[in-house]
Write a protein that binds this ligand. Sequence first.
Ligand code: PLP
Length: 480
Amino acid sequence: MDAEQLREQGHKMVDFIADYYKTIETFPVLSQVQPGYLRKLLPDSAPNYPDSLQHVLNDVQEKILPGVTHWQSPNYFAYFPSNSSVAGFLGEMLSAGLNIVGFSWITSPAATELETIVLDWLAKALQLPGDFYSTGQGGGVIQGTASEAVLVVLLAARDKILRKVGRSALPKLVTYASDQTHSALQKACQIAGLNPELCRLLNTDSSTNYALSPDVLSEAISNDMASGLIPFFLCATVGTTSSTAVDPLSALGKIAKTNELWFHVDAAYAGSACVCPEFHHYIDGVEEADSFNMNAHKWFLTNFDCSLLWVKDRSALIQSLSTNPEFLKNKASQENTVIDYKDWQIPLGRRFRSLKLWMVLRLYGLEGLRSYIRNHIEMAAYFEELVGQDARFKVIAPRTFSLVCFRLLPPLNSADHGNKLNRDLLDLVNSTGNVFITHTVLSGEYILRFAVGAPLTERRHVNMTWQILQDKATALLESL
Ligand code: PLP
């Protein structure tokens, strides 16, 4: 590492990235390349000799950027957002610069301690119950993704119940969630070696706005117990991926407690909104949870990856995930006076991710983050109003945060009930390259999802997207 070379080339790279952001609206939001495009453009083997940074940057511009889907474009309304910000970027840069691997406290005390402090700060901002703070039996940890978060708590819950009932009971363990729960839970069940048929994804429908009904859960648990099975884990979601449904945490949590289930709350997307007092009620009942997760990398101005997980009983995680090989032993760990985050996660190595979250909190402040989120929610409400004013369209599920689920209504007597129509509309809209939105299916209906959350989005981008949707809808309906 040559410090002067880093200074010179680092400045060039920052210029390159700043120019990218300046011109980001000129790129097609959804990459329009075909599969395999890049192999045709790059050589068959790695270069034997060094090249110049300028040549590499030229290739990025000409060959890589066409294959990039621009998640930071203000016209990106797909899936859920994945935020970047100046603070998040600078934090990532600092983390790359220090390039530590902070698996145990001793490998970089600041990395562990900053992570613990920043997660306690956010627990406070979210008004999580005191049991989730590191000062008690619980605490927070940064995982890479919500998928890893649900996996580690599922493993902790699995091992906890198996310690009680014996390891041979593994095939009888039952997991509960709604059919709107993110597929990350199913993957976690597969990895945890659970019987896939006992991952119960309970039915939801429009009568509960796609939230899990406590009665449905109670009945499923009773039936399973009557069959000799062992209910052990419940995953509720605040802000489901398809429609941002909110499961009733208090009622579900009470059922979990009565039946001694581990209760995990996945607020990967919507958790960020709950730092605003007016949206905090969506996590009322989180007191009942054993673990709670929110992705700061989705909607909290923190560059990917940064998924925040809190648990009430850190020893359950540690019992499942710790190892203690000779080559990692050290005085602080042996004396049990420190946190070794290697025992709270799947991998050993871990990045200094708390730096970027700390920088986001320092440089924007909670008030800055609150107004950022409110602004997105207002824009989504505005889009919802626009959809409501055009009788050809319909808002399909109630808007709770910054996602609007809607569809173009099919002409009367249409054979496909609008599914093909909306799929065609989505293709037409996205192929313009001017915007990117995605879809879901609710109650068998193909629905369009408009998720506001890119940091650069302004009302004019919402207006433009709506104009494109209307124009393409007109063309489509005329062509029928
Ligand atoms: N949970 C919910 C509610 C989500 O919306 C998502 C992704 O969008 C996930 C979990 C999975 O997130 P990750 O990519 O961090 O694993």
